[in-house]
Write a protein that binds this ligand. Structure first.
Ligand code: B12
Length: 345
């Protein structure tokens, strides 16, 4: 089979694969992937041009409130099964050193780095995949024990960047080169550059970087001098108090909020917490776009669930008033408010 035919088949297969995910039919999904492999489509293409974009589409359907959390979980489980089946079919055997692949502490998006791990395996690396939320201290002692050539760390949520930085530094102290990836570092990897760590946009680039130890180690240092103003640390200390007071104001100003069910209350507290966490991460990397992108995303998520954008404006204004003595956070909150549709205010 030529590469061109394989590409056409993969395009056709993509919509069929999404149908399998929608029907929660893991047998059909696995058969479809194995049929592609039988037809000569390389395993790497099946992982990166079928499973990966389908998972991104799953996320879009959840964001538009077309799919429930349960449907997303079912689809993700099927994709995990398919990745395992593709890996078993490929039967790759290691010819190169060990690479440890792990999610940052508090990071539960294990499937994206799993795809990276399988691509590295296909390219001959001996891969140890540690999965979701690995505590920094445990990762470091593991690296010492197994003499890793490199460690690949995943972060899907920008709000985890301060923790990611701590973890990157811990790996560095054990002298193991680090490559990072995932949506959490920004589409162009700008927050990885800010943290002074090598970044790869996708699995093939990660494989190339890992083969080039000089490139991995020769990354310009972190640029975090702004942290001297202590805004990030103070914001973290005030997290609980900020969420409590924002919730109190919401209940005072929006009568419907006083009647929230336990589930609605949970979701509200979680959203109020996410606003503080994304703001803190934006302050950490000193980039307002991290916060404004999040605010627009949150407004979109709530809009598709029938919640007006005013529900985002109110806590932003509350936090801005409470954080009057925080110039950088204040500027980011103002930009966040401005990024909301005019109807929100
Ligand atoms: C499945 C899923 C989950 C599952 C994860 C299960 C699992 N086993 O992975 C669960 C249910 C746990 C989950 C939870 C949450 N999720 Co989620 N999730 C997803 C979803 C739908 C798919 C993830 C995936 O597999 N993507 C496919 C991969 C292949 O895409 P990728 O990231 O682009 O990966 C490529 C590159 O980025 C790169 N890469 C990725 N990782 C790495 C790592 C390294 C080392 C390297 C080098 C490269 C690299 O290479 C990959 C392949 O080439 C995404 C949607 C999406 N677009 O990704 C949302 C998504 C990431 N989740 C989102 C959110 C909001 C959450 C929650 C906060 C929801 C909530 N309210 O609780 C929680 C947070 C949990 C946590 N603390 O981690 C948002 C994030 C939005 C934002 N503003 O940041 C997304 C984008 C959904 C959306 N459209 O809004 N989620």
């Amino acid at each position: 089979m030529t590469a061109a035919t394989a590409a056409v088949d993969l395009d056709d297969a993509y919509s069929g694969y999404l149908d399998c995910l929608a029907d929660a039919d893991e047998y059909a999904a696995t058969d479809l992937a194995i049929a592609l492999l039988d037809a000569g489509v390389p395993a790497e293409r099946v992982l990166l041009d079928l499973v990966a974009p389908a998972q991104a589409e799953v996320g879009e359907r959840w964001a538009r409130n077309e799919w429930s959390v349960a449907q997303e979980h079912a689809a993700t489980h099927i994709s995990e099964q398919v990745v395992a089946a593709v890996s078993a079919y490929a039967k790759s055997r290691p010819t190169r050193g060990r690479v440890v692949v792990a999610c940052m502490d508090g990071e539960w998006h294990a499937l994206p780095p799993r795809l990276v791990a399988e691509v590295l395996r296909l390219r001959g690396w001996q891969v140890t995949f540690l999965g979701a939320s690995v505590p920094a201290a445990h990762l470091v002692s593991y690296l010492h024990r197994y003499d890793a050539h490199a460690v690949a760390l995943a972060c899907a949520l920008p709000m985890r960047l301060p923790y990611a930085h701590r973890m990157i530094e811990a790996c560095r102290r054990s002298d193991v080169p680090v490559v990072v990836g995932g949506r959490g570092f920004g589409a162009d990897g700008r927050w990885a550059r800010r943290l002074g760590v090598a970044w790869a946009p996708d699995a093939p680039s990660a494989a190339e970087l890992i083969s080039d130890e000089r490139a991995l180690r020769g990354v310009p240092a972190a640029r975090l001098a702004h942290l001297a103003d202590d805004e990030y640390a103070s914001l973290l200390r005030r997290r609980g108090e900020l969420i409590d007071s924002a919730l109190a104001e919401l209940r005072e100003r929006v009568p419907a909020a006083r009647e929230y069910t336990a589930a609605q209350l949970d979701a509200t507290v979680s959203d109020l917490g996410h606003i503080v966490d994304f703001l803190a991460a934006a302050v950490y990397v000193d980039d307002a776009s991290l916060f404004t992108e999040f605010v627009q995303w949150l407004a979109g998520i709530l809009r598709s669930r029938g919640v007006p954008a005013g529900a985002v404006a109110l806590p932003l204004e509350h936090y801005a008033a409470a954080l009057r003595d925080f110039p950088r956070a204040g500027r980011m909150l103002a930009l966040g408010c401005a990024a909301l549709p005019a109807t929100a205010h």
